[in-house]
Design a protein around this ligand. Structure first.
Ligand code: HEC
Length: 79
């Protein structure tokens, strides 16, 4: 858990614009994969898969996590 805190601080950096797909992919590989899995399939029981979801669903959930209407301390900070 102790090494988890600095990692979380790194994650609070602003997310790249949606239009910048290459930067988004690089960020997803570096950051999101730590929890959601390199291929988008999570290996942790409490963390959902991202692979297989529709783009519109993922976008709506990220927006909800960002504005706080969907509550999760970890993802609220990341989004
Ligand atoms: C520290 C672990 C962690 C990291 C890193 C992380 N997530 Fe998450 N993510 C979670 C957890 C836990 C949930 C489940 C939240 C809940 O239960 O509401 C989640 C949920 C989500 C969801 C909603 C999925 C669904 O099925 O509704 C999306 C989308 C998402 N994360 C995207 C991302 C993206 C994009 C990144 C990288 C910028 C990222 N996450 C990085 C832990 C993480």
């Amino acid at each position: 858990m102790r090494s988890f805190v600095p990692m979380l601080l790194l994650l609070v950096t602003p997310i790249a614009t949606a239009a910048d797909a290459d930067a988004g992919n690089a960020r997803a590989t570096a950051v999101c994969a730590a929890c959601h899995g390199a291929s988008g399939i999570s290996v942790i029981d409490t963390i959902p898969n991202l692979a297989g979801h529709k783009r519109a669903y993922l976008e709506s959930q990220l927006r909800a996590l960002k504005d706080g209407s969907r509550k999760n301390p970890v993802m609220n900070a990341i989004a």
